[in-house]
Design a protein around this ligand. Sequence first.
Ligand code: CYC
Length: 169
Amino acid sequence: MRDAITSLIKNYDVAGRYFDRTAIDNLKSYFESGTARIQAAAVVNGNAAAIVKQASLALFDELPELIRPGGNSYTTRRYAACLRDMDYYLRYASYALVAGNMDVLNERVLQGLRETYNSLSVPIGPTVRGIQIMKDIVKEQAAAAGIANTSFIDEPFDHLTRELSETDI
Ligand SMILES: CCC1=C(C)/C(=C/C2=NC(=C\c3[nH]c(/C=C4\NC(=O)[C@H](C)[C@H]4CC)c(C)c3CCC(=O)O)/C(CCC(=O)O)=C2C)NC1=O
């Protein structure tokens, strides 16, 4: 599992090169955004249960067929599994925010996920929608907590969305 710094070091080490201007600029921007990243993680972990609940209610409001007979989140067991999955996405997104790198998502969340979802008929489109709703809620709460520029919060949620949506070749 890598973060912004270890991945940069790895790239330069492989090439046997000292950090150049680009590397230094990358490091600077990572450290400059550090406080905001930690604040955003604090917003998430202080409100995780409420964020998942609010996002799932919004999702089922938009797509009520998910919780009707025949829907993938129908029955308490599957409803709970859906909320648990949303909680996974939120928790791992908070790790990726702090790491400044998406490697943790690839390694711990995305590997084999689409295959699992396909085999259980878990619909990808609505899952992606749930992830995007959580992104919007986290950004709102981060802004309310005083984080001036919340655009960096998009990255892990958009990464999950992009990788989940990608079709097989
Ligand atoms: C930390 C990494 C990790 C992830 C991401 C993960 C996901 C994951 N979600 C699963 C199931 C599931 N996932 C969902 C999710 C949904 N259904 C919907 O209609 C909604 C669109 C959506 C919620 C937003 C549901 C309902 C199931 C149960 C499906 C079934 O058993 O029929 C399963 C199958 C095994 C199980 O039920 O536990 C896995 C492995 N597990 C992991 O260890």
